[in-house]
Design a protein around this ligand. Structure first.
Ligand code: MV4
Length: 664
């Protein structure tokens, strides 16, 4: 086995690979761009090398800098992760030339699958089923039109250099073909510098099902079953699961064996994925082969118990695959959700910023797994893919896994960037996904359900935000009293005064649409909450860092996180943001304040003045402890302290006069 490897990647996959290597006693070298100097993958590795400025082209795609880092550190092998240089045949060849093992397939295998048309011709020869279509070299428009007519409409024109839906055009009937061909070629040229296209019969409501394969250098190839990745948005996978729901054992074996045949035909080594498009009736056709470890590999790990990264290391080191096909089986069901920094309400625009608060559901080995490359305090930058984490759950069956995913998504808390967490929750809870009614158009089809009108904040949100704000002010006052030389300085008194009984506190919150004033009353019977209407009893306490709030007869748990003037509330899987516009304290109309009576039963903590002292209006006179809070009784007017009725430590009843203030 290797003694030391270099990971030519960043983010969660670099962390994933480093962790697997460490567990095998392999030393690790991270590489990083200037934007990633303090990134998690750098911190996890044994050593690290800078490879360039933030732009991927100059760093994570900079083959020379990466090879220099490998030579410099004595790394024997390079794991490319996914993306970046992972499917670059030139890089794989350059590694070999430098005497470094590329942990992946041969440059020839990468090249064979790189050209989508050529790959389809190869697969056709290997007996792998293809969608009826034309994948030939001839590109004369008249010939392509004739082929399309032969296939029968609707047809799909795709870029040969392909992938990602670029240069793809659906053509409904013969007369639309010439214009669609022109535009597909233009887009293919612009995207890939290659205007060649292929033409296929267009399948309605297809599913994306891919088979994980592994080949070793001895020529063995096995399949690790399939993943259903149908839930996509503009060719970006959103949810992936294994096994594919509804696939019969017969079909599963057929697909697995077909994928193995595809891999064998190009003498494939390492981890690979054979992508099929499947009709609702179970027929399946080869689409392409990805010659790398995929983002969604964890769902396969959770249902097979096999660590795919460790298997990659073993194969790259020349070991044979340590099991036979008949020794592996599917256990349970796994689902992965990709947590992205993006804004679903704004067309999934990527969102950048610092992760001010980041709380993932707890890792439960084998049941809930969070693969991530970021920590609280890290930034999501515009330089790279804005994925925050992969949330992966396992269950004995799909329904159990689904429930676990709902719970895990509801427990995810992220402040600092917009995320797709609530969107994912809606997809997962939706009827189509719940009932495994899957196809690549699911998100479009369920648009109304997935993008509901925002109902706006409700009383529970305001009550939670108000409570969080009061607690925060209280804590600040307490800290102020502790750090200030004069514990009774006006700065510290403000908050004590605010919390005085007999006063009310008005907080104005805003949600970007409008302002919402809410009132909190401090009464002898406890707190009351009101918002244009009746006052409701209101109380709260903290438990495990979460607030437990009671409003009227409703008790609920909420996490409140402050970010500047904003309160982020996580309740019931929903994330609500309320901005505090202003906070004001005013005496209640019929307040007992001013009479210098104890506003509620409590204990005198401190008497701050001496008999005979002259005091100004607002000066703190007595500190009372009641309902576990401190309350400062302040002078309602200028005057002289004529008499003090209680001393520190004494209990007082509600309404009794604490001291007498004479006019001066
Ligand atoms: C198709 C298809 C329907 N019929 N081919 C899109 C990207 C490329 N990898 C393959 N794609 C498709 N090929 C035929 N003959 C529908 C799609 C397609 C799709 C495929 C997989 C996952 C998501 C998709 C979303 C839209 C269209």
């Amino acid at each position: 086995m290797f003694r030391k490897i270099l990971i030519a990647n960043r983010g969660e996959i670099a962390c994933r690979v480093i962790t697997a290597a460490r567990d095998m006693g392999i030393r690790t070298v991270a590489v990083y761009s200037d934007a990633d100097r303090d990134a998690r993958h750098v911190a996890l590795a044994d050593e690290a090398r800078r490879i360039g400025p933030p732009e991927a082209r100059a760093s994570y795609l900079n083959a020379e800098a990466i090879l220099a880092a490998a030579r410099d550190t004595g790394a024997e092998a390079i794991h490319p992760g996914y993306g970046f240089l992972s499917e670059n045949e030139g890089f794989a060849a350059a590694c070999a030339k430098a005497g470094i093992v590329f942990i992946g397939p041969s440059p020839e295998a990468i090249a064979a699958m790189g050209d989508k048309s050529a790959a389809k011709r190869l697969m056709e020869k290997a007996g792998v089923p293809l969608v009826p279509g034309y994948h030939g070299e001839m590109q004369d428009p008249a010939i392509l039109q004739k082929e399309a007519d032969k296939i029968g409409y609707p047809v799909l024109i795709k870029a040969s250099a392909g992938g990602g839906g670029k240069g793809m055009r659906i053509v409904a009937e013969a007369k639309g073909f010439p214009a669609a061909l022109e535009s597909a070629k233009r887009e293919a040229k612009a995207s890939f510098g290659d205007e060649r296209v292929l033409v296929e019969r267009y399948l309605e409501r297809p599913r994306h099902i891919e088979v994980q394969v592994f080949g070793d250098t001895q020529g063995n190839v096995v399949y690790l079953f399939e993943r259903d990745c149908s839930v996509q948005r503009r060719h970006q996978k959103v949810l992936e699961e294994a096994p594919a729901p509804g696939l019969s054992e017969k079909r599963r074996t057929e697909m697995g064996q077909t994928a193995v045949a595809a891999a064998k035909s190009i003498r494939y080594t390492g981890a690979g994925t054979v992508e099929f498009i499947a009709g609702q009736n179970g027929t399946f056709y080869f689409m392409e082969m990805n010659t790398r470890l995929q983002v969604e590999h964890p769902v396969t790990e959770l249902i097979t118990g096999i660590d795919l990264v460790k298997l990659q290391f073993a194969i790259a080191a020349g070991d044979p695959i340590p099991f036979r096909q008949d020794q592996i089986q599917i256990r349970g069901h796994a689902i992965e959700a990709r947590i992205y920094a993006e804004n679903p309400a704004k067309g999934f625009l990527p969102s950048t910023g610092t992760l001010r608060h980041l709380r993932a559901p707890e890792d439960l080995p084998g049941q809930v797994r969070v693969d991530t490359g970021v920590r609280q305090g890290d930034a999501i930058t515009p330089h790279y893919d804005p994925m925050i984490a992969k949330l992966v759950v396992w269950g004995e069956d799909r329904a159990i896994a689904l429930g676990r995913m709902r719970a895990a998504l509801a427990a995810y808390e992220i402040v600092g960037v917009s995320t797709n967490v609530e969107f994912l929750s809606r997809v997962v809870a939706g009827k189509a996904f719940s009932s495994a009614d899957l196809d690549t158009g699911l998100i479009e089809r369920c648009r109304a359900e997935l993008f509901p009108e925002d109902a706006g904040p409700d009383d529970l949100d305001f009550a939670a935000a108000a409570l969080a704000e009061l607690r925060s002010e209280q804590a600040q006052a307490a800290t102020g009293a502790r750090i200030s030389a004069d514990p009774h300085s006006p700065w510290n008194i403000v908050d004590g005064w605010r919390l005085n009984l007999g006063s009310h506190h008005e907080l104005v919150f805003a949600d970007g649409e409008r302002n919402y004033p809410v009132q909190i009353h401090f009464t002898s019977a406890g707190l009351k909450f009101s918002r244009d209407g009746q006052a409701q009893s209101f109380a709260g306490q903290e438990e495990d860092g979460m607030l437990q709030v009671t409003l009227g007869n409703a008790t609920f748990r909420v996490r409140a996180v402050r970010d500047g003037a904003h309160w982020h509330l996580f309740r019931d899987g929903k994330h609500r943001v309320l901005a505090l516009q202003s906070a004001q304290t005013a005496p209640e109309p019929n307040s007992a304040i001013g009479t210098l009576a104890a506003p509620m039963p409590g204990k005198v903590l401190q008497v701050l003045v001496q008999q005979g002292a002259t005091v100004a209006k607002g000066a703190p006179l007595v500190i009372l402890e009641a309902m576990k809070m401190e309350h400062t009784i302040a002078a309602p007017r200028d005057g002289r302290v004529a008499e003090i009725h209680f001393k520190a430590g004494e209990q007082v009843n509600e309404g009794v006069e604490l001291l007498r203030l004479e006019a001066t």
